[in-house]
Design a binder for this molecule. Structure first.
Ligand SMILES: Nc1nc2c(ncn2[C@@H]2O[C@H](COP(=O)(O)OP(=O)(O)OP(=O)(O)O)[C@@H](O)[C@H]2O)c(=O)[nH]1
Ligand SMILES: [Zn+2]
Length: 189
């Protein structure tokens, strides 16, 4: 068992104790370690880096039209309350000589989502990562998510969705390109 995990479990034990619960009762005995492992999983993006993740899965291609990968599931944790926000991410890019392996878009989303985040920064980090590994003419990222900190507590709004977008290169310069992308990801049944 790693020192990090032991420490984290100790902190969870203190939290459970602080809630007035009995950490020795049967149902809670293994909870500090379980919770520590779960939290380590939910923030495993800190252990990853872009180079290893892409693993050279960038291929030469003459493709120079918009490529869209949409509805990538996203699970992240808000940095204000350490509560989940959950939604979908849509990514588009316009290659210029190099395309990225399809699975790598989802891996990039996960690497940044599995950290403590705010949605705006997450959106930008994904866009800049795709731009840096593909050297694309343009990159667009949209995230639509529901925040548990707004649903389970605080203002307790169950239906509000936060939408963020970051447009780089051609998507920023050209209204037509932006519109084409937004129509593609917006018009879904
Ligand atoms: N912009 C942005 N805000 C977020 C995100 N996640 C959570 N928040 C907001 O961060 C803010 C923190 O505000 P505070 O007033 O310091 O915290 P609070 O008292 O817990 O706020 P309430 O949620 O209004 O009860 C809240 O308005 C949250 O809704 C995010 O991804 N992006
Ligand atoms: Zn929050």
């Amino acid at each position: 068992m790693s020192k990090l995990l032991e420490d984290l479990a100790g902190h969870y034990r203190a939290i459970i104790d602080g809630l007035g619960e009995d950490t020795n009762r049967e149902g809670l005995q293994d909870t500090p370690m379980r919770a520590a492992k779960a939290m380590q999983f939910l923030t495993r993006g800190y252990q990853q880096n872009l180079g290893d993740l892409v693993n050279n899965a960038v291929f030469e291609s003459a493709m120079d039209e918009m490529v869209v990968v949409q509805d990538i599931e996203l699970y992240s944790m808000c940095e204000h309350h350490i509560l989940p926000f959950i939604g979908k991410c849509h990514i588009a890019y316009i290659p210029q000589g190099r395309v990225l392996g399809l699975s790598k878009f989802a891996r990039i989303v996960d690497m940044y989502a599995r950290r403590l985040q705010i949605q705006e920064n997450l959106t930008r980090q994904i866009a800049e990562a795709v731009e840096s590994v593909t050297d694309a003419k343009g990159v667009a990222v949209v995230i639509e998510a529901r925040h548990m900190c707004m649903m389970m507590r605080g203002v307790e709004k169950q239906n509000s969705i936060m939408k963020t977008s970051v447009m780089l290169g051609q998507f920023r310069k050209s209204q037509a390109t932006r519109t084409e992308f937004l129509q593609l990801v917006g018009n879904r049944g």
